[in-house]
Design a protein around this ligand. Structure first.
Ligand code: GRF
Length: 211
C-alpha cells in the first residue's frame, strides 16, 4: 500500500511596525489557497498603535505587541519574542516593515527561516526610507527585493527581485504606489517558494528549483 505523507503545516509569524499592507497581501494570498499547508499564525509588533494590528484583528490573527521600552536590551527583547514563537510553533518569520534590526540571537535561532522585503534593488539603498532616497537620488530604475535575513542589515541571499522604472512624471507618491503593488505580488510568491521547498541557498545565491 502506498502511504501518503501529508506535509506538516508551516506556521508563519509576521513581524511588522506600520500599516501592514504586505501583511494583508500575504494573509489574503494564503487564505485564497495559493499556498497549501501554511498559515499566518500571529503578528508581532513593536508599535502599540500600528495599523497592522487592526488588520490582524480583521483577519482574526493573534497579535502580540511587545513593548521594547520594557526591556533592557535587544537580547532580552528577542528572548521574549523567541518564547512566544516557540510556544506557538512558528516555523517561518516574515519581516514586513518591522522597524527593528534583529540581533544574531534570533537570526541564529531561525537560521535561513527569516525573510525580509526591501523596497529597493539591493544592495542599493539599504536601510530606512529607501523609496524616498532612491527617488531623491534620481535613479531611473529602482525596485523590490525579497531576501533571506542574515546577521547584516538588508544583506542576506536574494530570493526575488523586480525592477521598476521611474518616469520623469512620477512623484514620490506614485513611485511608492508602484513599489507596493510589486511588493504585494512578490512577497507572497517568495513565501510560496520557501514553503514548497523550492529555494536552495548556495553561498550568496539562491537557486529556484523548477519542477
Ligand atoms: C514596505 O515598503 C517594505 O518594503 C518595507 O516596509 C514597508 C512596509 O509597508 N520593509 P507595509 O506596512 O507592509 O504597508
Amino acid at each position: 500500500m502506498v502511504k501518503r505523507f501529508q506535509q506538516k503545516r508551516v506556521n508563519i509569524a509576521i513581524f511588522a511596525s506600520g500599516s501592514g499592507s504586505n501583511f494583508e497581501a500575504i494573509v489574503k494570498y494564503i487564505r485564497k489557497g495559493e499556498i497549501k499547508n501554511a498559515s499566518v499564525k500571529l503578528l508581532i509588533t513593536d508599535k502599540k498603535d500600528a495599523f497592522v494590528r487592526q488588520r490582524a484583528k480583521k483577519f482574526g490573527i493573534k497579535d502580540f505587541f511587545i513593548d521594547p521600552s520594557k526591556f533592557t536590551s535587544r537580547l532580552s527583547y528577542e528572548k521574549r519574542i523567541f518564547k512566544i514563537l516557540k510556544s506557538e510553533g512558528i516555523d517561518l518569520i516574515v519581516l514586513a516593515g518591522f522597524m527593528r534590526i534583529l540581533s544574531p540571537y534570533l537570526v541564529k535561532k531561525y537560521k535561513n527561516k527569516i525573510l525580509n522585503i526591501h523596497p529597493a534593488l539591493l544592495p542599493a539603498f539599504k536601510g530606512t526610507e529607501a523609496i524616498r532616497r532612491a527617488f531623491k537620488y534620481g535613479v531611473k530604475i529602482t525596485g523590490v527585493t525579497v531576501h533571506f535575513v542574515d546577521e547584516k542589515v538588508d544583506h542576506g541571499p536574494i530570493i526575488l527581485q523586480e525592477a521598476i522604472k521611474i518616469k520623469p512624471s512620477d512623484t514620490l507618491q506614485i513611485l511608492e504606489q508602484k513599489i507596493h503593488k510589486v511588493e504585494h505580488r512578490l512577497y507572497p510568491l517568495a513565501i510560496k517558494l520557501f514553503i514548497e521547498k523550492k529555494l536552495k541557498i548556495k553561498g550568496r545565491k539562491v537557486e529556484i528549483i523548477n519542477e
